[in-house]
Design a protein around this ligand. Structure first.
Ligand SMILES: Nc1ncnc2c1ncn2[C@@H]1O[C@H](COP(=O)(O)OP(=O)(O)OP(=O)(O)O)[C@@H](O)[C@H]1O
Ligand SMILES: [Mg+2]
Length: 358
C-alpha cells in the first residue's frame, strides 16, 4: 500500500466513527462518502445523502470535522434519493417514491398540502410530480391554474403537463369543468392504474398522490396493489376532523402501507392587525392522538386567507413563497423519515388482514 493509500485508509477509519443519526450506521458503510481525496492534511470528500435538504446534514458535517481533527476538511453535499418498495407500472418505472397524501376526512387540506409539499420538495432540489387521484373532485389543475395539451411519447404514453417544474396529471384535464364522474369501484381502480401505467412520469424522486377524502376504493387500490410506498395523514386540529381523519391510518395499517406521520393544517391564524396567534380549531388533540398510536407529528401549517384566495384562481410559486417556507421543515422531516424507511425495507410484506372466520 502506497503512503497515499495509507493516508486515505486512516481517514476512512476515522470517518467510520461518524454515524447517520437516523439510519444509525456509519457513513462509510452507508456509502455516503464519495470521491475521497487525501493530500497530507487536506481532505476533500463528497457526502452523498439520501434525501434533499436532510435535516441532519449539519450534524453529520460537524461530526466529520470533529473526527478529522487536525485535518482541513472540504465537504461537498450531494444526494441520491433512495427508492421505495412499490409496484412500478410502465409510466412509473423510473419513479423512486410515490407518497399518498390522505385523510379519512374531507376538506382538511389534502390537495393544498400536496401542492405545497411539491413546491417545497422542488425547492430542495428534488424531481417532483403530483398525481391527482381525487376522480370525483379533481382540484389540482384549478388550484394551480395549469392547463393541458394532449401529447404522447413514442410509446403512446401521455406526457403530463409540467407546471412550474412539477409534472401533473388529473382527471380535470380530460372532462368539462361541470361534468360529474359516475364511476363505481372497478372504474376508480382502473383509473388509478391508468394514471400510473399510461402517463410518462419519467424520472422522479417523489410522486405526490393527492387522495380523495375517505377510506374507499382509491386508498384500498393503492394499498392492495402496492402502488405507493408510504402515506402522510392530513387533518385540521379539532376532534370532529381528527377522529375521522385517523380512520385512514387504520385502513393503511390493514393494507401494510407505512404512514410516515401527520401534518396539521389550518393549525392557527395570525391576526393581521394584532399579530395574535389564534387557534381556530383548538390545539393538541391531533398531536395527542398521533402520539397515542405512535405516529410522528411532522409539522403544522397556518391558515392563510391569501392561500385560499390564490387557490381559487391558480397559485403561482412566487406568490406563495412565504407559505412554502413554512412547509420546508416538514418536507425535510418527511423525506428523512422516508429515507430511513427505504433503507430498512427492501421488500414490504404484503398480505391482507382478513379476519379469521369464527
Ligand atoms: N392552510 C390553509 N390556509 C388557507 N386556506 C386553506 C388552507 N388549507 C386549505 N385551505 C382551503 O380550504 C379549502 C379545502 O382545502 P383542500 O381542497 O386542499 O382540502 P382537501 O382535503 O383536499 O379537500 P377534499 O376532501 O375535498 O379533497 C380550499 O378552499 C383551500 O384553498
Ligand atoms: Mg382535495
Amino acid at each position: 500500500m502506497s503512503d497515499k493509500e495509507q493516508d486515505k485508509d486512516v481517514v476512512l477509519q476515522l470517518l467510520r466513527n461518524v454515524k447517520d443519526p437516523v439510519l444509525k450506521k456509519d457513513i462509510v458503510s452507508l456509502g455516503f462518502v464519495k470521491d475521497l481525496q487525501v493530500n497530507g492534511k487536506q481532505v476533500n470528500l463528497k457526502l452523498l445523502l439520501t434525501s434533499p435538504g436532510c435535516p441532519h446534514k449539519d450534524e453529520i458535517i460537524s461530526d466529520i470535522v470533529t473526527n478529522l481533527e487536525g485535518y482541513s476538511v472540504m465537504v461537498e453535499i450531494t444526494y441520491n434519493v433512495l427508492s421505495g418498495a412499490l409496484v412500478r407500472k410502465e409510466g412509473t418505472s423510473k419513479v423512486k417514491n410515490i407518497i399518498a397524501i390522505g385523510s379519512g376526512k374531507g376538506g382538511v387540506g389534502k390537495s393544498t398540502v400536496s401542492i405545497l409539499l411539491a413546491y417545497a420538495l422542488k425547492r430542495l432540489g428534488a424531481k417532483v410530480g403530483i398525481i391527482d387521484l381525487d376522480f370525483y373532485g379533481a382540484t389540482i389543475p384549478s388550484m394551480l391554474g395549469s392547463s393541458f395539451v394532449q401529447n404522447v411519447n413514442e410509446a403512446g404514453l401521455i406526457l403530463p403537463p409540467i407546471h412550474e417544474g412539477i409534472k401533473i396529471i388529473s382527471l380535470a384535464y380530460f372532462i368539462p369543468q361541470n361534468a360529474s364522474v359516475i364511476w363505481r369501484g372497478p372504474m376508480l381502480t382502473k383509473a388509478v392504474h391508468d394514471f400510473m401505467e399510461k402517463v410518462d412520469w419519467g424520472e422522479l424522486d417523489y410522486l405526490i398522490a393527492d387522495l380523495p377524502p375517505g377510506t374507499g376504493d382509491v386508498p384500498i387500490t393503492l394499498g392492495q396493489d402496492r402502488l405507493v410506498n408510504a402515506a402522510v395523514l392530513i387533518s385540521t386540529p379539532q376532534p370532529a376532523a381528527v377522529n375521522v381523519a385517523l380512520k385512514l391510518v387504520d385502513t393503511f395499517k390493514k393494507l401494510n402501507v407505512p404512514v410516515l406521520g401527520g401534518i396539521e393544517n389550518m393549525s392557527y391564524f395570525i391576526c393581521p392587525n394584532s399579530k395574535e396567534k389564534v387557534e381556530l380549531f383548538g390545539s393538541k388533540y391531533f398531536r395527542e392522538k398521533l402520539a397515542e398510536i405512535g405516529l410522528p407529528f411532522l409539522g403544522a401549517l397556518p391558515f392563510v386567507p391569501q392561500l385560499r384566495e390564490l387557490e381559487d384562481v391558480g397559485v403561482k410559486e412566487e406568490n406563495i413563497s412565504y407559505i412554502i417556507d413554512d412547509i420546508i421543515p416538514v418536507a425535510k422531516e418527511l423525506t428523512c423519515k422516508l429515507s430511513a424507511l427505504n433503507s430498512q425495507i427492501s421488500e414490504r410484506p404484503f398480505f391482507l388482514n382478513i379476519p379469521k372466520k369464527k
